[in-house]
Design a protein around this ligand. Structure first.
Ligand code: SF4
Length: 165
């Protein structure tokens, strides 16, 4: 089965609305993204998956250059992106894609408070935005919807990604 079918199906089985294989070159990394973490998110400096502990944009840019394909996962308010991405990354890795690495959405909430070193390194990944990825530009370039959440009633779209090969 082609990987674009296989991993889209697996992501949907795990609760995603959709998923698709995208070109890694379409992932947009921008220096301004980290400012939104530093000035506006209470996870900054509090969580090992968040800045300043997560990869800086210049590191993410260099890392993405080693990949050609990634799995972009689209979820909604019911999708547990945080649990799904490490699980998908592991499956893809065990299928022989030894460079597989995932990034999710939002700060890790597995523990009430982070320890000096992560207690669950196999179960958590930094978010796309924590690594400097411009999620808005990246998902729009790949045909998925996203809007600023401007009111409590708006149903958000959430995204994760696994760099594959
Ligand atoms: S698993 Fe626990 S220690 Fe690790 S990043 Fe998440 S909250 Fe922090």
């Amino acid at each position: 089965m082609p990987i674009y079918v296989k991993y889209r199906n697996r992501a949907k089985e795990m609760g995603a609305r959709d998923a698709k294989i995208i070109s890694a070159a379409s992932i947009v990394v921008a220096d301004w993204v980290r400012l939104k973490c530093q000035f506006g998110c209470d996870g900054y400096g509090q969580n090992l998956t968040c800045p300043p502990y997560s990869p800086a944009p210049e590191v993410t840019r260099r890392v993405i250059n080693f990949y050609k394909k990634a799995l972009l996962v689209h979820g909604d308010e019911y999708t547990d992106i945080h649990a799904m991405i490490p699980a998908l990354e592991r499956e893809i890795f065990l299928n022989g894609y030894y460079k597989a690495f995932g990034m999710g959405a939002g700060p890790c909430r597995l523990c009430a408070r982070c320890a000096k070193f992560c207690r669950n390194p196999a179960k958590t990944r930094p978010s796309m935005e924590a690594c400097g990825i411009d999620v808005y530009s990246t998902v729009r370039a790949n045909g998925y919807p996203i809007k600023v959440i401007s009111s409590a009633g708006y149903k958000g779209n959430y995204y994760g990604i696994v760099l594959i090969e």
